[in-house]
Design a protein around this ligand. Sequence first.
Ligand code: ATP
Ligand code: MG
Length: 269
Amino acid sequence: MEKITKALVNENIDEFRQLFLKLHPYDRAKFYVEQSPEVRKRMYYYLSPGEMAEIFDHLDIEEDEYKTYLSEMDPSFIAQMLAQMYADNAVDVLNELDKKEAASYLTMMGDEAAKEIKDLLHYKEYTAGSIMTTEYIAIHANQTVRSAMQILKKEALHAETIYYIYVINEHKQLVGVLSLRELIVSDDDQMIHDIMNDQVVSVLVDEDQEDVARKMKDYDFLALPVVDAANHLLGIITVDDIVDVISEEASDDYSKLAGVADVDIQRSP
Ligand code: ATP
Ligand code: MG
């Protein structure tokens, strides 16, 4: 860490990038928030919007702190960064801004990224829809393992998880699921409908995020698909998003508890 700070202070871009990008994104995020605003501003010049997106995807801060960091960046840099974040995380950031500012970033980014984010912005806070991501992998039942693997290979880089592959019909309704392990161990010529699980556990898009957390825990899945009332696949929620929910809810409950305790103490003579 010291070496990285030194490289930054000495304006040694190559050295900084080489050392910094070797860190796990979580450690990069930790380093980032520990810096002074001046040093952070230097980081925006030394890193691309995509590299900053990775940091923002891993930030462990109170949501209202996003504003502070964004105020240090150029608007077009912010737009490009948001476009390259996972859509669900980008929505968390945009929800903290006033509507006008959020809209301005959406118009600055590419149509595809903007649409994905806009779709998610419609969902109410604390629902499955608000924490899901639309970057999942879906295949069709009437294809072979070979062709499914090709899709997987093409989409793996952008999917939030490749661990589960969801099977949809021609109406985009969820009809099955396969784990990556199950796909890999199958013969190339096998049909997906012969090997998929058709009893899919899913959550409704307006279901409370606490219920989602409970379901994830009960079934021990690493991700859950999110559907609407007509069983159309809308997105997925991965276990790392649920960990955030659980710690949020735990600290909420704790402060409620602490609040009650305070009152009790004040009331006692
Ligand atoms: P591993 O050995 O890593 O656990 P796995 O193939 O057993 O690999 P799991 O995550 O344990 O993967 O999943 C267990 C089973 O549940 C798999 O058969 C998987 O296809 C299935 N599955 C995954 N998601 C769902 C879901 N939403 N509803 C129903 N079944 C699911
Ligand atoms: Mg298993």
